[in-house]
Design a protein around this ligand. Structure first.
Ligand SMILES: NC(=O)c1ccc[n+]([C@@H]2O[C@H](COP(=O)([O-])OP(=O)(O)OC[C@H]3O[C@@H](n4cnc5c(N)ncnc54)[C@H](O)[C@@H]3O)[C@@H](O)[C@H]2O)c1
Length: 472
C-alpha cells in the first residue's frame, strides 16, 4: 500500500508527517467564530508540520554569474548574492541603462571591464562566469539565452522564456544540445505557500484531485501601470498577457495537477481601457489639467505622486521627491490617460483546462480588483482546499475537520526581502545548488516543465483568438 492509499484508508484521521505545517496560531478568533457545528472546527486538529527551508544554498562552492538586464528582476536576484555572498558572486553586468549598470557594478564591486551596455557585448568575450541571469525585457530573452547556452553558460531565465512557441522549443533543444542548466523564473513554485498547497493535494487528505479554480487578481492600479500604460501593454512587442502576467498561474496549475494538460479553451477581451471609454474632456495626460483627476481611480498623479506606487521604473535617487515624480509623469509613458494608450492586452481573461485523467481547472485573470496575489480553490473526492495566497484551509468531509496552513515567511529574517512569498530567493538558492552540483534535478522549474506550461499559454491565446477549444 502506498502512502496515498494508506492515508485514504485511514479516512484522514491522521495528518501526514510530510504534510506541511499548519500554523498553531492560525485559528484566529475570527476563524473560530466562523466555526459552527455543521462547519469543521480546528480545535483538535494537529498542526500540519511543514518546515520552511533556509534560503542559504547548500553548495560546495560559490557560483559566479553575470546579470544581463539589471532592472527590477535582475536586481532582485543580485540581492540574493549580496545576502549570501559565499554562495553566489555577481562578476559582470550588462544594461542599456547607465544608471542601472553603474548601480549594479557598485553594489557588487564589478570590475570595469566586466560592465557592458548591451547583452551582445557579454558574449563577444570569452566565457567568464558559470552562469548568466537573463532579466531583459520579454523580446530580449531568446537571443541571449541561445547564445549563452552555446557558449556553455548555465542560465537563470526570466519568464516568459520567449515570445513564441517555436522559440521556447528552440531553447529547450539548445539546452539539451549543450547539456546546460536552464532555470525559468517560475518563482511561485519556490514559494513555501504553493509548495505546501501542492503537498497538501498530493498527501491524499483530499482524496483524488477533481478540479481547481484559480484566480489571479491583478489589481486595478497594477494593471494600469504595467499592461495599459507600461512596458507590457503591447502583446506583440512583449508577450500576450496570459504569458506576460499569468504563465506563473498556468504553471502552478499544471504543477499541482501533475498530469499533462490535453485541451484548453480561453476567452478574454480588452473591455475598459479604450478611447471610447474616456470620460468627457479627458486630455492625453493626467497632468494636462484633466477634469476627472480627483475622481479617476487610474489617475497617474494619484498612483505615483500621492500613493507612491510602482516608483521603481523611474530610477529616482529619492522616491519621496514629489516634484521629480511629477516630472516623470509629465514626460514618460506612465503619465498617459489610461483610455488613450497604445495598449492591446485584455483586461480580463478566462480559461478552462482539461488534464489527462479527467481533472479540470479554470483560471481567471482580472484587472478589476482592489488587491493582487492569488486565490485558489481545490476540490478533491474527500476534501477541499481554499487559499488566499498567504494562508490556506484544508477541509476533510468525513471527519468534518479543518486544518490551516499559514506561515508568514516575511516575518522570518532570511525571507524578509524575498518577493513572491519567498519564491524569488528560494529559486536563486536552488539555481545556485543546481549549478554548483551541475544537477538540474535540484530545480523545480526545469526547462522541460517550464516549456510545457508555456505551451499551455500559447495554446490558450490561440483558443482566445480563434474562439475555439485547442488540443495540446
Ligand atoms: N518572475 C517574475 O515574477 C517576473 C516579474 C516581473 C517581470 N518579470 C520578467 O522579467 C523580465 C524583466 O522585467 P523587469 O521588470 O526587471 O524589467 P526592467 O525594465 O526593470 O528591466 C529590464 C532591464 O533590461 C535592460 N535592457 C534593455 N535592453 C537591453 C539590452 N539590449 N542589453 C542589456 N540590457 C538591456 C533595461 O535597461 C532594463 O534595466 C521581463 O521579461 C519580465 O516579463 C518576471
Amino acid at each position: 500500500m502506498n502512502r496515498k492509499e494508506f492515508l485514504k484508508r485511514l479516512g484522514m484521521l491522521t495528518v501526514g508527517a510530510s504534510l506541511i505545517g499548519v500554523d498553531v496560531n492560525a485559528m484566529t478568533a475570527e476563524a473560530a467564530a466562523e466555526a459552527t457545528p455543521e462547519r469543521p472546527t480546528s480545535k483538535t486538529h494537529p498542526d500540519l508540520d511543514f518546515k520552511v527551508r533556509s534560503l542559504k544554498a547548500d553548495a560546495s562552492r560559490a557560483i559566479t554569474a553575470i546579470i544581463i538586464g539589471a532592472g527590477s528582476r535582475g536586481t532582485t536576484y543580485g540581492k540574493y548574492a549580496l545576502q549570501f555572498p559565499d554562495t553566489m558572486k555577481i562578476v559582470g553586468v550588462a544594461d542599456a541603462n547607465n544608471f542601472r549598470k553603474k548601480r549594479t557594478a557598485k553594489a557588487h564591486s564589478i570590475a570595469a571591464q566586466n560592465c557592458f551596455d548591451d547583452w551582445q557585448e557579454v558574449f563577444a568575450r570569452e566565457k567568464f562566469a558559470d552562469a548568466v541571469i537573463i532579466a531583459t525585457p520579454d523580446n530580449l530573452h531568446y537571443e541571449p539565452c541561445m547564445k549563452a547556452l552555446a557558449m556553455g553558460y548555465d542560465v537563470l531565465l526570466e519568464k516568459p522564456a520567449a515570445q513564441t512557441e517555436k522559440e521556447c522549443k528552440d531553447i529547450l533543444a539548445q539546452a539539451k544540445k549543450y547539456n546546460r542548466i536552464v532555470a525559468i523564473c517560475h518563482v511561485l513554485r519556490y514559494a513555501p505557500y504553493f509548495i505546501a498547497m501542492r503537498e497538501a493535494v498530493h498527501s491524499g487528505l483530499i482524496g483524488d484531485l477533481v478540479s481547481i479554480q484559480h484566480m489571479e487578481p491583478i489589481q486595478y492600479a497594477h494593471m494600469a501601470h504595467s499592461y495599459v500604460r507600461g512596458k507590457w501593454r503591447d502583446s506583440k512587442q512583449t508577450t500576450p498577457i496570459i504569458l506576460a502576467k499569468s504563465c506563473h498561474d498556468l504553471d502552478i496549475i499544471r504543477w499541482i495537477v501533475d498530469k499533462p494538460c490535453i485541451q484548453i479553451a480561453a476567452e478574454g477581451t480588452l473591455m475598459h481601457f479604450k478611447e471610447e471609454n474616456a470620460p468627457q474632456g479627458a486630455p492625453a495626460r493626467c497632468t494636462d489639467g484633466c477634469p476627472h483627476e480627483a475622481t479617476c481611480p487610474y489617475s497617474a498623479i494619484d498612483i505615483y505622486v500621492r500613493r507612491k506606487r510602482h516608483l521603481g521604473v523611474f530610477d529616482l535617487p529619492d522616491k519621496r521627491d514629489e516634484a521629480a515624480i511629477m516630472e516623470k509623469i509629465r514626460t514618460t509613458m506612465f503619465g498617459r490617460c489610461v483610455y488613450k494608450c497604445d495598449n492591446d492586452q485584455p483586461d480580463h481573461y478566462v480559461t478552462t483546462m482539461l488534464f489527462e485523467g479527467g481533472v479540470t481547472a479554470s483560471f481567471t485573470m482580472d484587472a478589476f480588483t482592489p488587491w493582487g496575489g492569488r486565490r485558489t480553490r481545490i476540490m478533491g473526492t474527500l476534501g477541499y482546499i481554499e487559499g488566499d495566497g498567504k494562508k490556506f484551509t484544508l477541509y476533510t468531509f468525513r471527519d468534518n475537520k479543518k486544518r490551516v496552513w499559514h506561515k508568514n515567511v516575511a516575518e522570518m529574517a532570511e525571507y524578509k526581502h524575498a518577493g513572491h512569498g519567498g519564491g524569488d530567493h528560494a529559486l536563486a538558492r536552488d539555481f545556485v545548488e543546481a549549478v554548483a552540483a551541475q544537477d538540474p534535478t535540484k530545480l523545480s522549474s526545469t526547462i522541460d516543465a517550464s516549456i510545457e506550461s508555456h505551451i499551455i499559454g500559447f495554446k490558450a491565446e490561440k483558443s482566445r483568438k480563434g474562439m475555439k477549444k485547442v488540443k495540446i
